[in-house]
Design a protein around this ligand. Structure first.
Ligand SMILES: [Zn+2]
Length: 163
C-alpha cells in the first residue's frame, strides 16, 4: 500500500542529570554555566528530544535504536550529528519537517537569550528555515530535581508532512 499524503506528529522527551564541570550544551549551543549534563554524548536534551520527536513522527524507533550509548563512536558526540542523521532518514521516507515546538525545563541559566542561536544551529542541522523551530523555556518553580538544579529536561513535538 502506498503512503497517502498527510500530516504526522511525533513527541520526544529527554532528561539529563546536571553535574559540576561539564559543558552545558542545549540546542547545539554551549552556554556559560558551572554545570552540564551527564551523558554518553554531549547530553543535549533539546537535540535528543527533537531527534526522538522526528523519529517518532516517521515511525522509525527512537534515538537509542539509531545511536546506542554502548557504541564508542557516540561518546562525547555532538548531538547535532543525530539530527543530521534523522534528517537523512526522513528524506529517504519523503517526509518533510513542517514545524517543531519545544519546551526546555531548567532552573538556571536563562535560556531565552540563547534561543536565536539554538534555532539557527538546529535548523541548519535539519536543513530547514529557523522559523519552523519554536522554543520555549520554563523553570520548575524550585520543585523536584529540575527545580533543585539537578537536572535539565526537554519536551518536543514535531509535525511532518508526507508527499
Ligand atoms: Zn539525552
Amino acid at each position: 500500500m502506498s503512503a497517502s499524503c498527510g500530516i504526522r506528529c511525533g513527541i520526544g522527551y529527554d532528561l539529563h542529570r546536571l553535574a559540576e564541570g561539564r559543558p552545558l550544551v542545549v540546542g547545539g549551543v554551549t552556554l556559560p554555566f558551572e554545570k552540564g549534563p551527564v551523558g554518553h554524548s554531549d547530553g543535549d536534551v533539546l537535540a535528543h528530544a527533537l531527534c526522538d520527536a522526528l523519529l517518532g513522527a516517521a515511525a522509525l524507533g527512537d534515538i537509542g535504536t539509531h545511536f546506542p550509548d554502548t557504541d564508542p563512536q557516540w561518546k562525547g558526540a555532538n548531538s547535532l550529528k543525530f539530527l543530521e542523521h534523522a534528517r537523512k532518514l526522513l528524506s529517504e521516507k519523503c517526509l518533510h519537517i513542517e514545524h517543531v515546538d519545544a519546551v526546555v525545563i531548567t532552573e538556571k541559566p536563562k535560556l531565552g537569550p540563547h534561543f536565536p542561536k539554538m534555532r539557527e544551529a538546529l535548523a541548519k542541522s535539519l536543513g530547514i528555515p529557523s522559523d519552523k523551530i519554536h522554543l520555549k523555556a520554563k523553570t520548575n518553580e524550585g520543585v523536584d530535581a529540575i527545580g533543585r538544579g539537578e537536572a535539565i529536561a526537554a519536551h518536543v513535538v514535531a509535525t511532518l508532512s508526507t508527499d
